[in-house]
Design a protein around this ligand. Structure first.
Ligand SMILES: Cc1cc2nc3c(=O)[nH]c(=O)nc-3n(C[C@H](O)[C@H](O)[C@H](O)COP(=O)(O)O)c2cc1C
Length: 192
């Protein structure tokens, strides 16, 4: 369990650590993928078990809002969303590396979030016991920031018992700079 100074984000209380790492870019091999590769390698080197989910390689149909899940809490569609939900339910921590698209998430990542809707109906609306860190990756030049991304992430992950406990802005940064900031903020120890 990592010890943190005052400036550091809250301390994780969960043991053992099974970390889900979501790379939210639809572009395989882009900045988010490179950053995720480096974070995954660093986590595994420090002994944290990582399950990686790449939005670029999963197949998730978008929610159509039919509300059939309101009846029994399940979706009529079956695809990689089932696996993603299973992984997130069995992980004790979550790191999301996402590009900023016009202030929000890419549509492919949003499609994944929207498929959490069946959990809304069974959600007990409390105990967000599990921590999530978000790394918002952008090339800059847009004056609107990434609040829409932060809100989408916080709202969707709460369906699975996660709270958004730390947001790292990686706007106009190199991959190396973003990794350094993550390590400096205590990210590796936090999920270990
Ligand atoms: C449709 C679209 C919208 C974008 N909007 C923003 C934005 O609002 N803010 C920003 O900083 N970068 C924006 N970008 C730039 C991407 O976030 C940036 O290139 C990021 O590194 C892409 O990550 P990737 O290479 O992993 O896909 C946008 C890119 C695209 C394709």
């Amino acid at each position: 369990m990592g010890q943190h100074q005052n400036k550091q984000p809250e301390t994780s209380k969960l043991q053992p650590s099974y970390l889900a790492l979501v790379c939210g870019s639809p572009f395989a091999g882009g900045t988010c993928a490179q950053l995720s590769d480096q974070l995954q390698a660093a986590f595994e080197k420090s002994g944290t078990q990582v399950t990686r989910i790449d939005i670029s390689s999963v197949h998730i149909s978008p929610c159509i809002g039919c509300n059939r899940c309101a009846a029994d809490g399940t979706c009529f569609m079956h695809d990689d969303a089932d696996t993603v939900i299973d992984v997130l339910q069995h992980s004790s921590g979550l790191v999301i590396v996402s590009p900023v698209y016009f202030g929000g998430p890419p549509s492919q990542l949003k499609a994944m979030f929207d498929r959490f809707q069946p959990l809304f109906w069974s959600h007990k609306n409390g105990h967000l016991d599990k921590p999530c860190w978000l790394l918002a990756v952008g090339s800059g030049g847009d004056p609107y920031g990434h609040r829409a991304l932060d809100i989408c992430v916080a709202s969707a992950i709460s369906m699975l018992g996660y709270r958004l406990s730390h947001v790292q802005s990686c706007i106009h940064e190199t991959v190396e700079e973003s990794v350094q900031s993550f390590v400096h903020a205590g990210g590796l120890q936090f999920f270990n």
